[in-house]
Write a protein that binds this ligand. Structure first.
Ligand code: KIV
Length: 251
């Protein structure tokens, strides 16, 4: 984990993508990505839920085991799903379950409100990635995916969150949909790397949901993503070729 701080000091950008299964994790690992996240975005892009709040810890464990089989080199991080880290005891026990399933680090959503859980997980020897800004596990209370840290009050609160998670022992922090100026202020203010998603270019690293990057979830693409390829179209094309070939062949 010290390596990530050193990379921040050297201004080397950190790269992270999500994977929820063996082939994707193996392909990303072979591509040289630094961090693979078994994110609870799993709920939307793989399991077909409307948001991440329904994902269970058993589902996270199942997909963490699959992804872990494909990773030799990258750091494998797994999300603690909603409702699994309300207390310090639950947070530590459930983080341990993700590690036993093959993750090398865990992530949870929350800043100053969750320093007790972060400190307990870190004290148990489990590397922890924090996640502040837009918190998808709170999307129903928030009423949507909204930019965070626009006004000075919110920016100051996010800065405090970032300082709190660093002091509690997180080795890095995801900034999700944070106003670019605020993301830059946070990045300059703390010693652990910031990993941005929809938070501008001044973070120490960037993370994306792989399905968004490769166009594998065409029904919704976040505004801040430009897919590099359109895998969904390729699947439809291959399926149509197969259907036409099969129907056209003589029995
Ligand atoms: O669940 C997830 O994929 C995430 C990333 C968007 C950071 O938390």
């Amino acid at each position: 984990m010290d390596d990530f701080r050193a990379r921040k000091r050297r201004r080397e950008r950190i790269t992270a993508l999500t994977a929820y299964d063996y082939p994707t994790a193996r392909l990303l690992d072979e591509s040289g990505i630094d961090i693979i996240l078994v994110g609870d975005s799993l709920g939307m892009v793989v399991l077909g839920y409307s948001d991440t709040t329904e994902v269970t810890l058993d589902e996270m464990l199942h997909h963490t085991r699959a992804a872990a089989r494909g990773v030799k080199r990258a750091l494998l991080v797994a999300d603690l799903s909603a409702g699994t880290y309300e207390t310090v005891e639950a947070a530590t026990a459930n983080a341990r379950r993700l590690i036993d399933a093959g993750a090398q680090a865990v992530k949870l959503e929350g800043g100053a409100s969750h320093t007790a859980q972060i400190a307990a997980i870190a004290a148990a020897g489990i590397p922890l990635m924090a996640h502040i800004g837009m918190l998808p596990q709170s999307v129903r209370e928030e009423g949507g995916y909204k930019v965070k840290g626009r006004g000075s009050v919110e920016a100051e609160r996010l800065l405090q969150d970032a300082r709190s998670v660093e002091a509690a022992g997180a080795f890095s922090v995801v900034l999700e949909i944070v106003a670019a100026d605020t993301a830059r202020r946070i990045t300059d203010a703390i010693g652990i790397p910031t990993i941005g998603i929809g938070s501008g270019e001044h973070c120490d690293g960037q993370i994306l949901v792989t399905h968004d990057l490769i166009g594998l979830y065409p029904w919704f693409t976040p505004k801040f993503v430009s897919p590099e390829v359109h895998v969904a179209e390729e699947i439809r094309r291959a399926a149509r070729i197969f259907i036409d070939r099969t129907r056209g062949s003589v029995c």
